[in-house]
Write a protein that binds this ligand. Structure first.
Ligand code: SAH
Length: 378
């Protein structure tokens, strides 16, 4: 697989980086994660291509999340790991809460600083924790779609434990392993997603600090995530919800085998469907040059012969090519009923938002294609 967010120009094709993407499972710790990892500096840098605020749906999600977490914030500081372009820092600011972002990708960190946010542009580390604690007491550490990115998860747990102590809470939301199995959403597996979380794994990870998962709630964003609340056993009582999820997390090895078989089936069905449409002379395009779609295209060998172009609203991706399969990325405005009969939805996790804003596409006879939970025309 190539690096999923490494959009490139034709001059860069020759020296493109590839690695063997393998998911492993460790019985002792219940860790499920990538066996071969890409160095973080190759993924998160001064030209990181993912901008959280491009999704209106996610803006309202984070505004709602900040309100939901407000009771935990109290008079303390909120720390946000992976604050990206400031989407959630803005939500805290609107609520009058002091929030500090930790964001190593310099381009997005600078964007959020431009909005007046307090951001440390570094990877999480003991030094960053000390720096934050020198600024005041931390009540909440929050991370959305970032904890699963952090390869050295043990140092990360140290970092979190140091920041929240016995009183604070750590709340995080990432793609949930059981959702990936249920939906065969194998495209959640890419270089940035080093870990596929379960309550079982998080409890084992935080046990040495006296911390545990005391609450969990399922959220619909990004194809199904589990938001977990971690705090000290002496302070936070475990809510019944947690046991409910734990009870579902049985036979993880068997679930991985099921996923493996379903992925092969999904590939055959998707390629079959696209090839049929091509034979019928239908015009195809890709919609949303997401990192997930990079995995779908590379795993299924879908190149420009099947999908001649993909449109996306992120300027940094436009005019470049999709990693690995080198499909050209065009601006969103190029998506029309004239050039597209069927649009393959690579940003399937934003389907409701996309269907709403692009309702004209379906009204004029256009159709969406998705591969989740199984390949089909919507
Ligand atoms: N929280 C946002 C962004 C998710 S993308 C959202 O949910 O939309 C992941 C972000 O985490 C990127 O901006 C990346 O630069 C950042 N990141 C990656 N590793 C990190 C680390 N070790 N510490 C802090 N941020 C990190």
């Amino acid at each position: 697989m190539p690096i999923a967010n490494a959009f490139l120009t034709p001059e860069e094709f020759e020296k493109e980086f590839f690695y063997d993407m393998v998911v492993g499972y460790d019985k002792n710790t219940d860790a499920i994660g990538l066996v071969n990892k890409v160095p973080p500096e190759m993924m998160f840098h001064d030209h990181y291509a993912f901008f959280s605020s491009t999704s209106k749906g996610m803006q309202s999600h984070f505004a709602g999340t900040a309100s939901r977490l407000l009771p935990f914030a109290g008079k303390g500081i909120v720390v946000e790991i992976g604050s990206n372009d400031g989407i959630m820092l803005s939500a805290w600011k609107n609520l009058g809460v002091r929030a500090i972002g930790v964001e190593p990708s310099k381009n997005v960190a600078d964007m959020s600083r431009g909005l007046g946010h307090e951001v440390i542009s570094e990877f999480t580390s003991a030094r960053v924790a000390d720096d934050i604690l020198s600024r005041g007491k931390v009540s909440v550490v929050f991370g959305a779609n970032v904890s699963c990115h952090i390869e050295d998860i043990v140092s990360y747990a140290d970092f979190i434990a140091k920041l929240i102590g016995k009183e604070g809470v750590f709340v995080f939301e990432d793609p949930y392993f059981l959702d990936i199995v249920e939906k065969t959403s194998y495209d959640q597996v890419y270089d940035e997603h080093v870990w596929y979380f379960t309550v079982a794994f998080i409890n084992k990870l935080f046990e040495p600090y006296g911390l545990y998962v005391f609450d969990a709630e399922h959220i619909p964003v990004h194809g199904g995530e589990l938001r977990m609340f971690v705090g000290h056993k002496d302070k936070f009582q475990k809510r019944p919800e947690v046991a409910k999820w734990q009870a579902k997390e049985t036979d993880l090895e068997g679930k991985l085998e099921t996923l493996k078989a379903n992925i092969q089936k999904s590939k055959q069905e998707l390629v079959g469907l696209l090839e049929d449409l091509k034979k019928q002379g239908k015009k195809l395009c890709g919609f949303g040059a997401s990192s997930k779609g990079v995995i779908v295209c590379n795993f299924c060998n879908i190149g420009p012969d099947l999908i001649p172009f993909i449109t996306d609203n992120t300027p940094a991706k436009q005019g470049k090519f999709y990693p690995g399969v080198h499909i050209p990325i065009l601006p969103q405005e190029k998506f029309t009923n004239e050039n597209t009969d069927f649009a393959m939805l690579f940003a399937w996790n934003h389907l409701p938002e996309i269907q709403k804003y692009f309702s004209w596409f379906e009204k004029a006879g256009g159709k969406w294609i998705t591969h989740v939970p199984n390949p089909r025309i919507i």
